[in-house]
Design a protein around this ligand. Structure first.
Ligand code: UDP
Ligand code: MG
Length: 316
């Protein structure tokens, strides 16, 4: 079998501090993979500039003029990690047999890439990189991530535990993925739904070499909310169940009140009335919020806007 053409997709958002080092490490890896005949010489590194405000794009441009592996896609504005990865994969699938996505800070262990390629050669269409431990992450990040995966599992969303977006996909898997037209993109939830033969490799996460995490708390929250509401309607069902419980309670209350009426003890309790008003009001608001979340999603989904705009492409 001929060596496959590998495109590695690296989303970059304000990554000027690590980019030089990442390009160097990936170039070294590619050189050795090509000389070992594991990948075809037309393999490329595809950097996706996700609307960075620093010199990220000019670094990519400069590198592409001297380094034959370096290609770039410049998105017209910041669309977030998940959409940036998708933009890269959809560009890469035109040229590649196999696509690996990895964060531009190379916190994931790139020395596992040959192992991923091996699994691909053995017939897997999707290979997940799974983190052994999250030693490099802060305690807060570890804790919130764990909570998130547990919650997803509880809600019945099928995700790979401790897998972020370090992943190998064959071209046909990416082609199927791009038929998923949803705008609220949570790749980790969609990809297990594609089917195909999958495998995992285990890796240790490294600390970030330079720069800061680009995943702000609000970006993390958005990802978590997208992950949950895009894949499950359990929260709505929960509200429904709660509603049933309330109706049942109301019936019991009715019996109680009737008994009180017949006994002539009908002194209205102001405190309990006030309390229940607040409580029920709160429940209604929660319900409205959750329903609103879904209505909002439908609204965005029916608009079917493009998920990103490519401004410029360097493919060599
Ligand atoms: N990233 C992106 N768009 C964004 C935020 C992040 O493309 O809006 C990229 C970022 O450049 C990096 C990857 O997503 O390559 C993961 O981000 P980061 O390493 O900051 O997150 P962490 O590893 O701390 O979870
Ligand atoms: Mg990182």
């Amino acid at each position: 079998m001929q060596a496959p053409i590998l495109f590695t997709v690296l989303p970059c958002y304000n990554e000027e501090a690590v980019l030089h080092s990442s390009i160097r490490q990936m170039t070294d890896l590619y050189t050795s993979l090509i000389s070992g005949r594991s990948i075809h010489e037309n393999s490329r590194l595809l950097f996706v500039n996700d609307g960075s405000r620093d010199s990220t794009w000019s670094i990519i441009e400069d590198a592409s003029s001297t380094n034959p592996f370096v290609c770039g896609v410049k998105l017209a504005k910041n669309v977030g990690h998940q959409n940036a990865i998708l933009a890269g994969m959809e560009t890469a699938k035109e040229y590649a047999d196999v696509i690996i996505t990895i964060d531009a800070d190379l916190q994931d262990d790139i020395s596992k890439i040959p192992e991923m390629l091996q699994k691909y050669a053995e017939g897997s269409d999707i290979v997940y990189g799974v983190k052994n431990e999250r030693k490099a992450d802060s305690r807060f990040k570890r804790w919130t991530a764990m909570l998130f995966y547990k919650l997803m599992k509880l809600l019945g969303v099928n995700t790979v535990y401790n897998h972020a977006d370090f992943r190998l996909m064959s071209r046909r898997a990416v082609e199927v993925l791009s038929r998923y037209r949803e705008r609220n993109l949570f790749l980790r939830g969609i990809i297990p739904q594609l089917g195909y033969k999958t495998d995992v490799i285990y890796e240790d996460l490294r600390p970030r070499e330079a720069g800061e995490s680009k995943y702000t708390l609000s970006k993390m929250m958005n990802l978590a909310v997208d992950g949950i509401t895009s894949f499950t309607i359990k929260p709505v069902r929960l509200i429904f169940t709660l509603g049933m419980v309330f109706v049942l309670l109301a019936i019991i209350m009715l019996i109680y009140v009737l008994c009180m009426v017949f006994q002539g003890k009908t002194v209205a309790g102001w405190a309990s009335l006030m309390l229940s008003m607040w409580f029920i009001g709160g429940c209604i608001l929660i319900g409205l919020g959750i329903v609103g979340e879904y209505v909002g999603k439908i609204y965005l989904e029916v608009k079917d806007r493009p998920r990103y705009n490519v401004e410029k492409e360097i493919i060599q």
